[in-house]
Design a protein around this ligand. Structure first.
Ligand SMILES: Nc1nc2c(c(=O)[nH]1)N[C@H]1C(S)=C(S)[C@@H](COP(=O)(O)O)O[C@H]1N2
Ligand SMILES: [Mo]
Length: 315
């Protein structure tokens, strides 16, 4: 790889590597035991989510012009309960997580069920860059430059049958590696689900990397879902199984607290969580709060999926 000899290696951040690569490529710039839980959060987020890098005109930006969070922030402030509920300890606790060999079984109501090795997935699908906002249901957000590919490409290959209406995703179950799974309060493994039309939407991706680097364990290596118009908990990490079904899947959070976390979980400033408002959010690295956007700012692309639906009832 080309290195500018005037830059000391200690100054080469993942962002600068990523940006130089982009430039080379011509790219542009109610709860049991009375426990009170929030999906993905036991505590109020702290204010030390990793080092910020002041955005400049080389910083990747989303389509609204919002600058991406730094690699440091994105990889050191995580929700991944299989490792720990402490957001700033996930990176350390997940460091030795074995993501190779890895297979993803795609099964259920499909004509061509298949077990993909992660290498197959990486070689079969071109990796695209998608700079998306991620809004956690707890009230914080980031902008993340993902690499990945649309889920519909994988689903098309396995050919869903006419009966298939939903897609159910499962994370690895391995308490030896994921000590959080010894916590019997949660019905492991982590499960999430989408309606088939949501899963086929072009904004819905399977991610394999960020900032031009292979995904790290804390971000859901080697393969995680990203659904940018839904609360972050829908974006399930470290997926081992994808099942097409005619039954609405029950996600881990629905099982734990059904009146707080529904199947849809679309970002919506007008539908408060039972215990807090969703009208505003704290962008990691910013002071103060900003207004939360309907469907996290992706309404133009996705509102039609929910035409005629009561979004307060279908939370
Ligand atoms: N398997 C699994 N997937 C998960 C979670 C989790 O605890 N386990 N947390 C979710 C939540 S609450 C959020 S906000 C995002 C955070 O993704 P990030 O750490 O990559 O920013 O991952 C989601 N995916
Ligand atoms: Mo979250």
């Amino acid at each position: 790889m080309y290195r500018d000899p005037s830059i000391r290696s200690s100054e080469i951040t993942p962002e600068s590597l990523y940006l130089s690569r982009r430039a080379l490529l011509g790219g542009i710039g109610a709860l049991g035991a009375g426990l009170v839980l929030s999906a993905c959060g036991l505590n109020v987020p702290s204010d030390r989510p990793g080092q910020a890098v002041a955005p400049d005109d080389t910083t990747p930006r989303d389509e609204l012009g919002d600058p991406a969070n730094s690699f440091e922030q994105i990889t050191n402030y995580n929700n991944f309960y299989e490792f720990t509920t402490d957001k700033e300890a996930v990176a350390h606790r997940a460091a030795g997580f074995v993501t190779h060999p890895w297979t993803v079984e795609v099964t259920g109501m499909v004509h061509k069920p298949r077990i993909f090795a992660i290498e197959d997935i990486l070689s079969m699908f071109d990796q695209e860059e998608r700079i998306y906002r991620l809004r956690c249901v707890e009230g914080w957000s980031m902008v993340i430059p993902w690499q990945g590919f649309p889920l519909h490409k994988l689903l098309t290959i396995v050919e869903p049958t006419a009966q298939a209406q939903f897609v159910r995703f499962e994370t690895l179950y391995d308490p030896d590696q994921m000590p959080g799974q010894r916590d019997r309060y949660f019905p492991w493994p982590y499960v999430e689900g989408l309606r088939l039309d949501e899963a086929m939407h072009d904004l819905t991706i399977l991610s394999t990397g960020l900032y031009g680097r292979t995904l790290l364990p804390q971000n859901g290596a080697p393969l995680r879902l990203v659904v940018p118009w839904k609360y972050g908990f829908k974006s399930i990490k470290s997926i081992v199984k994808i099942e097409l079904t005619d039954t609405m899947p029950v996600s881990l959070w629905m099982a734990v607290a059904p009146h707080e976390y529904g199947f849809y979980a679309n970002v919506n400033p007008d539908v408060p969580h039972p215990r807090w408002s969703q009208a505003t959010e704290r962008r990691i690295g910013e002071l103060g709060r900003r207004k939360t956007l309907l469907f996290n700012g992706y309404a133009e692309q996705v509102a039609a999926l929910y035409a005629g639906m009561d979004l307060a009832r279908n939370y």
